[in-house]
Design a protein around this ligand. Sequence first.
Ligand SMILES: C[S@@+](CC[C@H](N)C(=O)[O-])C[C@H]1O[C@@H](n2cnc3c(N)ncnc32)[C@H](O)[C@@H]1O
Length: 210
Amino acid sequence: MTTEDKTARLGAVYQAENPADVARVYDSWAEKYDADMSLAGYRHPAISLAILARHVPKGAKPLLDAGAGTGLIGEWLAITGFGDVEALDISSGMLSVAERKGVYKALHQAALGTTLPFADNQFAAVISAGVFTTGHVGVEGLDDLFRVCAPEGIIVLTIKDALWQSGFCARIRELEAAGVCTLIDDTGPYVSMPGEEGTTPSRCIALKVM
Ligand SMILES: C[S@@+](CC[C@H](N)C(=O)[O-])C[C@H]1O[C@@H](n2cnc3c(N)ncnc32)[C@H](O)[C@@H]1O
């Protein structure tokens, strides 16, 4: 794939108007995604894993990788001592690549922002990297994560800073005031793809579920 192809794909993802469009773009990108993101110097998986490991004890289980994509995080979770992880993603193509890696206990095709196919309090922790971003999932994707994450559980999310400033932060403050969660970590803004021209900042946060 040329640099122009990759830039076009990223542009198509950011401009997608609905979840079906997002899924289509990722379905067609899936086989090249890992190589492209490696070239772009994609940092979200490493940073979100570092934040998770700061707050979640080794071996905690089960974990949910929400918007797991091709399973970059699943691979690294397995290496670092979190071996019981389920994957959820809207794109069947991305999940097919993830499945081949053999690092998830189960894979689920479903959309954040809808009621997820899990029991209340099912997960000890949730990690989601590169999903709460332009053209993907907004603050509406948060609510059901609180239902499926157990009390005292940890939710680690990367968030495009523009979303954070335009409502996400305010929603977290509301949830804190309502006793739903506490913001326990926040990296502040960083660039998720230093090899990709024009990338705008994101941040990674950790929430403790009450
Ligand atoms: C930039 S990729 C990140 C994948 C993986 N977490 C990583 O860091 O490599 C974004 C992923 O979010 C998924 N996605 C987008 N909107 C979604 C939604 N509403 N529900 C679930 N997954 C979604 C896409 O299919 C894609 O796999």
